[in-house]
Design a protein around this ligand. Structure first.
Ligand code: SF4
Length: 329
């Protein structure tokens, strides 16, 4: 039986790793990291620190096809967006599936996922199986309607989605969708081996996992002390305005990193609807629409936050811990 803990450099996977080391012994665990080559240097350093201090076996996975996030975007001729999220699939899901399929033994995977991280994660379970969505649909018209039954549609887009699901069901189509990547290999592998997933901190809070690490005399990723609420790709394509604001003030090098990536990919990191159109300085000849460069995003977010600077000028500078988890308290 192979015991795997996917780690990202974040607090949840770190706590999960320490939990597994305590429970099963360090010699029986393998920490696995999917490298997108788009992480912050502090995250790479923190991973090295955790691995060296614990003495755990460490496996780094990366895409066979793409040399990290920027190369992927260059080859796809665009950056991913919230609608088109190919980065997770290509840089994390595919390398991990390939790795699991390369193993000739039962596998138990311990994931640092917590239910209160997001609505999507709240719908997961404490225990599961890795290849679940090869055997049961991740979506279907019935699933769509069940979701809208719990939370009725509000936007036109959601209403259209609900209408479409009803119409398809009335025609007798449930349109179930399954994962298909290396489907035959997955079915064959699953005939021989088990693929259990456990999430030991599923019902824990962010503070619980932080103190789980600190109580065991492990530092957590220093990015948290500098205000980051999550680590991993830095920044993630789904970064909120407040996360970019933090990057502007605390990590100006990262803005330069995005600028270089935009130049190399010949595209813009954020989609046009990320900021108001009046801030767009670019124009996409293909779509005939205006687009926003990282420079435009920086200008918009800086202008939006100008009131905070004014407050500081009037002596209201905050002296509180920058961590969103109040780690210094
Ligand atoms: S963390 Fe964000 S940018 Fe990185 S692979 Fe996942 S979705 Fe893409």
């Amino acid at each position: 039986m192979k015991l795997i803990v996917p780690i990202s450099g974040g607090k949840d996977s770190q706590a999960t790793l320490l939990y597994c080391i305590e429970k099963f012994g360090v010699e029986n665990i393998e920490a696995v990291f999917c490298d997108t080559k788009w992480e912050h240097e502090l995250t790479y350093n923190h991973l090295s620190y955790t691995v060296e201090k614990s003495g755990v076996k460490f496996k780094v996975l990366s895409s066979n096809k793409y040399d990290g996030f920027v190369d992927l975007c260059k080859k796809k001729k665009r950056f991913p967006s919230s609608q088109v999220g190919f980065c997770t699939i290509e840089l994390k899901v595919v390398p991990m599936i390939d790795y699991v399929l390369s193993l000739d033994e039962n596998v138990m995977i311990f994931q640092g996922i917590r239910s209160d991280e997001s609505k999507k994660r709240a719908q997961m379970n404490e225990e599961c199986r890795y290849f679940k969505y090869y055997f049961q649909p991740y979506t279907s018209n019935m699933i769509v309607l069940e979701e809208f039954f719990k939370k009725p549609p509000i936007t036109d887009k959601q209403k259209k989605k609900e209408r479409k699901a009803i119409d398809r069901l009335l025609l007798g189509h449930n349109d179930e969708k399954f994962f298909t990547y290396r489907k035959k290999d997955v079915f064959k592998w699953c005939e021989k081996y088990s693929d259990d997933i456990h999430r030991p901190f599923f019902n824990s809070s962010a503070e619980d996992v932080i103190y789980y690490c600190l109580d065991r005399d492990y530092k957590i990723n220093p990015l948290y002390f500098r205000g980051a609420s999550r680590v991993g790709c830095f920044p993630c394509k789904n970064a909120r305005h407040d996360e970019i604001q933090l990057i502007i003030t605390e990590f100006p090098d990262t803005i330069e990193k995005i600028k270089k990536a935009e130049y190399y990919v010949e595209g813009t990191f954020f989609s046009p609807d990320y900021i108001p159109q009046r801030y767009h300085s670019g124009f996409d000849t293909k779509s005939g629409k205006s687009i926003c460069t990282i420079g435009d995003v920086v200008k918009y977010i800086t202008d939006k936050n100008i009131q905070f600077s004014l407050l500081e000028e009037f002596g209201y500078e905050s002296t509180e811990c920058k961590s969103v988890f109040n780690i210094c308290e």
